[in-house]
Design a protein around this ligand. Structure first.
Ligand SMILES: Cc1cc2nc3c(=O)[nH]c(=O)nc-3n(C[C@H](O)[C@H](O)[C@H](O)COP(=O)(O)OP(=O)(O)OC[C@H]3O[C@@H](n4cnc5c(N)ncnc54)[C@H](O)[C@@H]3O)c2cc1C
Length: 384
């Protein structure tokens, strides 16, 4: 009998397995239908010995000391600040848009103060910022929106930015200085020996039994367990009874080139041309030294594994219906990006899992906790 059956061995499932096994000393069966642990953050060495990310580039960044400290128990880190260039009008320029982006693109010599005025002169007033288009044109105007955002968003989501929630493009800041880092977080690191090695150390515990290539449906009635933590798609858990939650998917083309370097930074975006959205060159991210180099091309698609929940109001409403069912389902905890139908970064998922662990502590006392509570109660009744 397992105390917990945890479905999905990504950040959500592995964090909870680790906590339940080591802190509460409970028996955990951790399953994943993929042939590996790590979820979307899974990385592996390819045939040439280059470390690549199977499901696209994953860069760790957080402002939370607590989350960084927690993961640091399972890995050492390499310092890495992510930088991205966009190919626009035949040039490679920094994205998020900054002072150098505008000066190079328009052959100008603006200062930061000038650039603020330059943006203000082009920004279009928008009464209420609702869509991804509103979020950009209200800050930098229509021309930059067309060059950097419109084509990229249409490729990535198969939708025009005017049809998408403002959250999609609001995530990308605009800067008037020369800061060309993609993220501004306090902690920006990559696991020194890769994500998969980190996950292996998280789940390496005598109380955790890991089974890959195992679907929840195939074992839920066979393996005895007391409670479930489900980190898969919430609509699938309920057999899609209200219909499917829409997702955007990706196709990945992984290649190796017989030369040391291909591009100047880890990721180059293609907002105007090409069928793919971006190219990643992993050696920039991993710090690996190797005479060859590995790249991944990302092709957005409507079909395939669920990667990005599509942020539209009607989809949120559909999710809320499933969420109500989830809340009424005893002994099952829904955690992670697929179960909560929302794009979260890795650190946010670890934070969500740690918060769930605390809630489990309140809701599911251990037999020994129960005994302590009983003793306190009986002492209290004796005293009264
Ligand atoms: C292309 C891409 C790039 C990203 N880049 C970054 C980045 O740079 N930085 C960052 O912080 N975040 C990034 N993210 C987000 C990151 O991937 C997620 O935050 C993280 O993977 C979520 O972890 P999770 O455990 O919730 O889900 P997942 O990692 O998806 O794990 C869920 C697991 O559940 C398994 N599963 C589902 N259903 C079942 C079932 N019925 N039975 C058994 N197993 C099941 C799946 O196989 C999967 O392995 C990126 C995401 C994508 C798609």
């Amino acid at each position: 009998m397992y105390d917990w059956l945890i479905v999905g061995a990504g950040f959500a499932g592995s964090t909870l397995a680790e906590r339940l096994a080591s802190v509460r000393n409970e028996r955990v069966l951790l399953i994943d239908r993929r042939p590996h642990i790590g979820g979307n953050a899974y990385d592996r060495y390819n045939d040439d010995g280059l470390l690549i990310h199977q499901y696209g580039p994953h860069i760790f960044h957080t402002n939370s000391q607590q989350i960084f400290d927690y993961l640091s128990r399972f890995t050492e880190w390499n310092f890495y600040e992510h930088r991205v260039l966009a190919q626009v009008d035949g040039m490679l320029v920094p994205i998020p848009i900054n002072l150098d982006t505008i000066n190079r693109l328009y052959d100008l010599t603006l200062t930061s103060d000038d650039l603020e005025k330059w943006f203000a002169a082009r920004a279009e007033p928008v009464e209420e910022i609702r869509t991804s288009e509103d979020a950009v044109v209200s800050k930098v105007g229509r021309e930059l929106y067309e060059k950097f955002f419109r084509g990229y968003t249409r490729k990535q989501w198969g939708l025009d930015p005017s049809e998408l929630d403002k959250s999609v493009t609001s995530r990308v800041p605009t800067r008037t200085n020369q800061d060309d880092r993609y993220f501004g977080d306090e902690f920006q690191f990559m696991p020194k020996h890769g994500y998969t090695r980190m996950f292996e150390r998280m789940v390496d515990h005598p109380n955790i039994h890991v089974m890959t290539q195992t679907d929840y449906r195939d074992i839920r009635d066979i393996v005895p367990h007391r409670r479930v933590i489900f980190t898969g798609p919430i609509d699938e858990f309920f057999d899609f009874r209200f219909g499917k939650l829409p997702y955007r998917s990706l196709g990945f083309k992984h290649i190796t080139l017989d030369k040391a370097w291909y591009q100047p930074v880890g990721v180059v975006n293609f907002p105007q041309t090409e069928a793919y959205t971006r190219i990643t060159e992993y050696k920039h991210l991993t710090g690996q030294e190797h005479p060859k180099t590995a790249l991944t091309y990302e092709y957005p698609s409507a079909e395939g594994d669920p990667y990005y929940p599509i942020p539209k109001p009607e989809n949120q409403e559909l999710f809320k219906r499933y969420e109500r069912l989830a809340l009424a389902t005893p002994n099952v905890w829904f955690v992670g990006r697929l179960a909560t139908y929302r794009y979260y970064n890795m650190d946010q998922i670890v934070g969500q899992a740690l918060a769930t662990f605390r809630r489990i502590g309140d809701a599911v006392p251990l037999p020994s906790d129960q005994m302590v509570v009983e003793v306190i109660r009986s002492k209290a009744s004796l005293a009264s």
